[in-house]
Design a protein around this ligand. Structure first.
Ligand code: ACM
Length: 463
């Protein structure tokens, strides 16, 4: 971002309502198209009004988001609590993103999020100029897409009878049914809502592992040896895989056709991660689904394990295990989205604080997120933070896990360094946390959890 003129700040009332929407935010601005990099914008704020030049619709959204930031934290409330005009500093800002893909994976399979909660999350992504919602819709623990051709996917696969609390090897479960799914029209609504905020929803149907909910609904999709099936009540990596037969392939071709009808995203995710005991037949199965998506004009996205199968069509690879795999992806002619487990996993614990709720995974505190330095290059489409939800059973827990680490990540995704955490921290504390407060986000306080944010009932498993 380049800013000029802010050394002669002239706070000046601009006649505007303070009630914000995400995009457009209703400051009266004159909008013009301009020759700027994709998603870029230029804001001229002068005593006689605001002009917004934008490369495209996304650039217009981001220009309006920046105006909202300049207007102060109360511009992030759901309704105005002040009378009178908003004051904006005068000057010029030219701004455009570093990466085309600035994503966040949202796992609605392990713990379902209501439609209203998903829409709220879209607003939070847009407020951070993130532009991809990678919606993880199916897993061992639940199937969340209404699929009329195969109704048991939701009537059976859409809920489980119980859940593990925290992370442990014991048989204890909470005894509480958990479930939910999105009717097709709700999914269409989420896609449309996101589009008006410059957010693309990339759906994921995970296979050939992470598919126990589907196998429970239709046991013929799984190995004959393993019965009876139930939607999984555990966390971890299940060894049960889809049977990579021609009839399973036909089933999932039909499922993906349904998904393509709902989601216009150019990229469609097919999973491919964590498949213990994977065989050549499973690799062929993944390749056949990838080919099917390509034949339908979309680009398949898979987790970096799919590279082990070789001979794939051009894909987007989610590089999560080992950063070297970005080069491997490039060698295969693919593009990489960098989302390393040791860098940007929002489910991992945020500190060694004894009260840190459900302390799983590696310690990835705020400074660690801010220090994430992704490689650039033509093979890197972008970056993505990952919000897996095994241990995030409510949206309050999600807020705690995501923020403010996702705010730090958003800055890395949008702008090139150099970065100085000592400079970032007061900016976050004094300017951005008040915005999150105004939005009603229950983020993790910088000095550790509030008593009601702790989870003494839920054991963790730190690494
Ligand atoms: C992953 O974390 N299994 C992609």
């Amino acid at each position: 971002m380049t800013m000029s003129g802010f050394d002669t700040l002239l706070p000046r009332p601009v006649s505007a309502e303070t009630a914000p929407g995400a995009c457009p935010w209703p400051v009266p601005v004159e909008v013009r198209t301009a020759d700027l990099p994709a998603e870029g914008y230029r804001l001229h704020i002068r005593p006689d009004g605001v002009t917004l030049e934008a490369a495209d619709a996304a650039g217009e959204c981001y220009g309006r988001q920046t105006l909202r930031q300049l207007a102060g934290p109360d511009a992030f409330r759901a309704a105005s609590i002040h009378n009178g005009p908003v004051e904006l500093p005068c000057g010029t800002i030219t701004d455009y993103p570093r990466f085309a893909w600035r994503g966040c994976l949202y796992d609605v399979a392990r713990h379902f999020r209501t439609k209203a909660e998903v829409l709220r999350f879209v607003d939070l992504l847009a407020a951070h100029k993130l532009n991809v919602l990678h919606l993880h819709l199916t897993d061992d623990q639940g199937w969340r897409i209404e699929t009329p051709e195969f109704p048991r996917l939701t009537s059976v696969g859409g809920w489980r009878k119980s859940s593990m609390v925290g992370r442990h090897d014991g048989p204890e479960r909470d005894g509480r049914p958990h479930g939910g799914y999105y009717p097709v029209d709700d999914l269409r609504e989420i896609v449309a809502y996101a589009a008006t905020r410059a957010v693309t929803v990339v759906p994921e149907v995970d296979l050939p592992g992470h598919a126990r909910a589907a196998i429970t609904a239709y046991p013929e999709l799984g190995p004959a040896s393993e019965t009876p099936w139930e939607v999984w009540t555990s966390w971890g990596i299940s060894t049960s895989l889809l049977d990579p037969s021609e009839s399973t392939l036909d089933f999932f071709r039909a499922v993906f056709d349904h998904v393509l009808d709902i989601f216009p995203s150019p990229v469609i995710a097919l999973g491919g991660d964590e498949v213990p005991g994977v065989t050549e037949a499973h690799h062929r199965f993944v390749r056949a689904i990838a080919d099917h998506l390509v034949a339908r004009g979309r680009t398949p996205m898979g987790w970096d394990e799919v590279l082990d199968g070789g001979d794939l069509p051009k894909m987007v690879i989610g590089v999560w295990q080992d950063r070297e795999r970005a080069s491997l992806a490039a060698k295969g002619g693919h593009e990489a989205v960098l989302c390393p487990e040791d860098g940007v996993y929002l489910d991992h614990r945020q500190s060694d604080h004894p009260d840190e709720p459900v302390p799983v995974g590696y310690r990835q505190d705020l400074e660690h997120f801010y220090a994430f330095e992704p490689e650039s290059g033509p093979h890197v489409r972008g970056v993505q933070a990952q919000l897996w939800s095994e241990h995030l059973d409510t949206v309050r827990r999600t807020d705690y896990a995501a923020f403010p680490r996702l705010s730090a990540f958003a800055e890395v995704a949008w702008s090139s360094g150099p970065r100085d955490y000592a400079e970032f921290l007061p900016r976050l504390r004094d300017h951005h946390l008040p915005r999150l407060d105004a939005l009603g986000v229950e983020y993790r306080p910088l000095d550790g959890p509030r008593p009601w944010q702790t989870r003494p009932d839920a054991p963790g498993r730190p690494r």
